[in-house]
Design a protein around this ligand. Structure first.
Ligand code: CTP
Ligand code: MG
Length: 232
């Protein structure tokens, strides 16, 4: 069992172009609170998390600083400008973290992360995994499409849809990203995939996600979030 401290990094550096609102989607209100406040609340409440760092859209740092004070999110130690891509925001957080801490990266656009998911991610890291992702079974069949034509389908029994948090021993993720730096073809939309690709021998634990822990991506998702927030 590792005794390292646990830092949650809220990735909130995007602008929410697909939602199409003037404000970044993480600042839009669901059930009377900004989306990011729901996510922050979950990590603030979790007994498994020691510290929170927020990577925020550079033009909207002040809103998050104000919200941290208003809601009394005392675990938040830093609100920093995110990068141009999600990956750049992750890298920015890695630059300020030190030592042998455990890090959970969470999309601020997932307001309904559960206490169980956070606790199980930390348990998996304390139990010895250096990387862990949250994932949920895919109810839909996933097919390959090229030039507008379906070209095949993938075996659903070995597919899952990634959610966040994704957790890491900081040193493992730093190692994976430093190998990615040498690869001109590198792209990624999550962090566990960087470990899977560049540290292929590293086992990556899987924590069962939750349908409620979906990512607000477009305007319809905002309405779904509003409807879900009424229910336990
Ligand atoms: N994110 C980030 N830094 C970026 C881009 C995204 O920290 N430069 C964060 C987002 O704020 C979000 C999470 O990564 O919490 C998932 O990204 P996504 O759903 O793509 O959000 P946006 O990039 O804001 O949305 P869009 O792609 O529609 O513009
Ligand atoms: Mg995006």
């Amino acid at each position: 069992m590792s005794a390292s401290r646990v830092v949650a990094v809220l990735l909130a550096g995007g602008t929410g172009t697909r939602v199409g609102h003037e404000l970044p989607k993480q600042l839009l209100e669901v059930a009377g609170r900004p989306v990011i406040a729901h996510a922050l609340e979950a990590f603030q409440r979790s007994g498994a998390v020691d510290e929170i760092v927020v990577m925020m859209t550079p033009t909207h740092l002040a809103e998050v600083q104000a919200l941290v004070a208003e809601y009394g999110f005392g675990k938040v130690t830093r609100v920093l400008p995110g990068g141009d891509t999600r990956t750049a925001s992750t890298r920015g957080a890695l630059e300020v973290l030190e030592g042998d801490c455990l890090v959970l990266f969470h999309d601020a656009a997932r307001p309904f992360v559960t206490d169980r998911i956070i606790a199980e991610c930390v348990d998996a890291l304390r139990g010895g995994y250096r990387a862990v992702t949250t994932a949920i079974d895919s109810a839909d069949t996933i097919v390959t499409v090229r030039d507008g034509l379906m070209t095949g389908s993938l075996d659903r029994s070995c597919l899952a849809r990634c959610q966040t948090p994704q957790g890491f021993a900081r040193t493992a993720l730093v190692e994976a990203y430093s190998l990615a730096d040498e690869d001109p073809s590198f792209t990624a939309t999550d962090d566990a995939s960087v470990v899977a690709r560049y540290l292929p021998d590293e086992p990556i634990g899987v924590v069962t996600g939750d349908a409620r822990n979906f990512k607000i991506t477009d305007a319809v998702d905002l309405r779904i979030a509003e409807a879900l927030s009424d229910r336990p």
